[in-house]
Design a protein around this ligand. Structure first.
Ligand SMILES: N[C@@H](CCC[C@H](N)C(=O)O)C(=O)O
Length: 290
């Protein structure tokens, strides 16, 4: 029997993750193994996986090692890689705190979307500097069944299509990725957010995540939604010099998003570790590799 592999399970507003600490990057995690671990019936279950690696030990993060000791090697539930995960990076920081690698205060985390600054507050919430949003005007449309909506293309390091709808139920069952056009805008696929208003600077969303399906929350999605809602409402901190804050309700909780006059976006929300255990290394090794 091979030595078991330690894991933890955590979530941020119910966007849930299998966490695999692997400081020296010695664990083989091909897409099929990640998908097996994230499988909710035959595996541990999760929307995605957080592979916790020292930046210096990972070829994709070595260049960031001087700025950030730890690299969030994020994978979607189907095993695909993504540039960034806003809920994941908070849970990642919570794991580092619990493991004693960091304490309250500021921490730099390397991601495929660049180095992010995370602040672990005394009250337990975690704030992440998410960087700036890009909003190209691409005339995107998303549809569900017979209905279609114009959508705002927002890039938060990863791609989003934000559609304002009258009723979140109009998004349907979201078992499959909502079709979008033109196809050329998102060659690598897209995360699609459906949004309704709840009050002044207060919105609610449902999301279909690329590589994971419908999830209970998406941090980068909440940021994309807040910026799209602000522009729709005529609020642009770069013009007024005043930060703009939106409360974004997701099915699994609430996130607070602030865009600053320099375009930097901060997201605050909870991050919880719920379990730890051991993966049977022989089972993982036996997962058929595509
Ligand atoms: N749940 C995440 C986003 C994870 C990546 C996304 N599915 C993608 O492929 O871009 C978040 O909280 O931001």
């Amino acid at each position: 029997m091979s030595t078991p592999i330690a894991f933890l399970k955590g979530h941020g507003t119910e966007n849930d993750f299998v966490i695999v600490p692997d400081p020296e990057n010695t664990i083989d995690l091909p897409p099929a193994a990640v998908a097996a671990l994230c499988d909710r019936r035959a595996g541990i279950g999760g929307d995605g996986l957080l592979h916790v690696v020292r930046s210096a030990a990972h070829p994709e993060a070595r260049s960031m090692a001087a700025e950030a000791e730890w690299f969030m090697d994020y994978r979607n539930g189907d095993g695909s890689v993504a540039e960034m995960c806003g809920n994941g990076v908070r849970v990642f920081a919570r794991y580092l705190q619990r493991a004693g690698h960091v304490t309250e205060g500021d921490l730099a985390v390397a991601t495929r979307g660049g180095v992010k600054t995370v602040h672990i507050a005394k009250d337990g919430d975690i704030t992440v500097g998410m960087g700036k949003a890009l909003l190209p005007e691409d005339g995107v449309t998303v549809s569900v069944g017979e209905r279609s909506w114009p959508a705002r293309n927002v890039n938060m390091g990863n791609p989003h299509a934000v559609a304002f709808v009258e009723d979140l139920a109009h998004a349907g069952d979201l078992y499959a990725p909502p079709p979008f056009s033109p196809a050329s805008v998102y060659p690598e696929g897209v995360n699609v957010e459906f949004v309704v208003d709840r009050g002044p600077r207060h919105v609610a969303l449902r999301v279909h995540e690329r590589g994971s399906g419908e999830t209970r929350s998406c941090g980068t999605g909440a940021c994309a939604v807040a910026v799209a809602a602000a522009r729709r409402d005529g609020a642009d901190p770069a013009t007024t010099g005043t930060p703009v804050t939106y409360t974004v309700d997701v099915p699994g909780g609430t996130l607070v998003i602030t865009e600053r006059p320099d375009g930097e976006i901060e997201m605050t929300g909870p991050a919880v570790i719920v379990a730890e255990g051991e993966i049977d290394a022989d089972w993982l090794q036996a997962v058929p590799r595509g």
